[in-house]
Design a protein around this ligand. Structure first.
Ligand SMILES: [Zn+2]
Length: 368
């Protein structure tokens, strides 16, 4: 499937420009729910959950809470005493770290019921190339009933990360992934998946074309991703970061590509999160980029969720950075669209998942 730049411009011309009023925050109401948050980092260290509640303060209502599925290995042969803290710090591999889910579950269980109500813990510590991954998720639900609402964020194709993971590389064509998504639908788990739309440094135009001028090649993973979604109708899927990465840029005609997906009735259970400062940097990079994004959201306001993608923040300033980076975007949305993206889409999707997962657990967990 190919799109032209003109398609993106056409969206602009559709007259979807929303009013320029600021988001209406109810007195005492929260500014946003966070659909994408990592309590711990790539070495499984992070913010104490009570400290994080203070960081959320009266600005953040609810948070989809998870660790990181991958642990950065510290190889003394490679790094000596220089202990790596991030996946870009070393050539040593990453490996799947299933204890992350037990850690998150215990942190959640340490809270009062009122505090727990503000979190939707997610299962992340599974290997998406393993046909047994669905069984592991079942085991986590049975070990910690009453805790989890979804699975993810887990990654299939992610720049710099996929190639570093020990063992077989993940693929959107893997039957193990189909088994995972089937199980998620059976239970009612929300699925938060990271998959870059394109490969890093993808060409911006096809210069090898004999006539010189040719549409840019389609992003490499778009068709596989759509096919995956279409194989799993009824599974609630959030596509993290709208497929954009640190250097996997929004493709030339990203708005048109997303608009086509949003308009496809077979993809009506697919949502997009606006998380990660690396995504915000593109969206607020120019008034035009912000306007195109705002127009797209205004056309499909039920299909986008705000998330921070912050990792183990030390303080509120760090945690609020992405939300604050998006101020130009919030200002372009109508109060209703802004409220949906910041608050109510999260509530609708995660409330429904909570109910379904608790029902599944009531039927499948044998109480001692
Ligand atoms: Zn993330």
């Amino acid at each position: 499937m190919k799109f032209r730049l003109a398609d993106g411009a056409m969206l602009l011309a559709l007259g979807l420009m929303a009013s320029a009023s600021l988001p209406a925050v109810q007195p005492g109401g929260f500014e946003f729910n966070d659909a994408h948050f990592h309590l711990t980092n790539y070495i499984q260290e992070g913010t104490n959950i009570n400290d994080f509640l203070r960081i959320m303060g009266n600005r953040t209502g609810r948070v989809a809470l998870f660790g990181i599925p991958l642990q950065q290995l510290w190889s003394y042969r490679i790094d000596g005493d220089r202990a790596p803290k991030y996946y870009l710090d070393t050539d040593a591999p990453l490996y799947y770290y299933s204890f992350t889910d037990a850690f998150i579950a215990m942190a959640y269980r340490s809270l009062t019921p009122e505090q727990q109500a503000r979190f939707d813990p997610m299962i992340t510590g599974f290997n998406p190339t393993d046909m047994y991954a669905a069984d592991q998720i079942r085991r986590v639900l049975q070990t910690f009933p009453g805790v989890f609402t979804g699975i993810g964020e887990f990654s299939i194709h992610k720049e710099f990360v996929s190639a570093k993971v020990a063992g077989p590389k993940a693929s959107l064509l893997d039957p193990a992934l189909d088994r995972l998504l089937d199980f998620a639908r059976e239970v009612g788990l929300v699925v938060l998946i990271h998959n870059d739309l394109d490969r890093p440094f993808a060409p911006q135009s096809d210069t090898s074309h004999p006539l010189g001028e040719a549409p840019p090649p389609a992003p490499v993973y778009l068709d596989q991703m759509k096919a995956l979604f279409k194989r799993h109708p009824g599974t609630t899927i959030i596509w993290a970061h709208m497929g954009v990465g640190r250097i996997v840029r929004p493709i030339r005609n990203d708005a048109a590509t997303l608009a086509a997906s949003l308009a496809d009735p077979q993809l009506s259970d697919v949502y997009f999160d606006l998380s990660w400062e690396e995504v915000a940097k593109y969206i607020v990079s120019s008034p035009e980029a912000t306007r195109i994004t705002a127009d797209l959201i205004s056309h499909y306001p039920d299909r986008f969720l705000f998330g921070t993608d912050e990792v183990a923040p030390a303080n509120q300033t760090e945690y609020m950075k992405v939300y604050d980076d998006y101020q130009p975007l919030w200002k372009l949305l109508s109060p209703e669209a802004s409220r949906k993206v910041r608050l109510t889409n999260y509530e609708r999707i995660f409330d429904q998942a909570r109910r379904k997962v608790r029902t599944w657990e009531a039927q499948h967990v044998k109480r001692p």
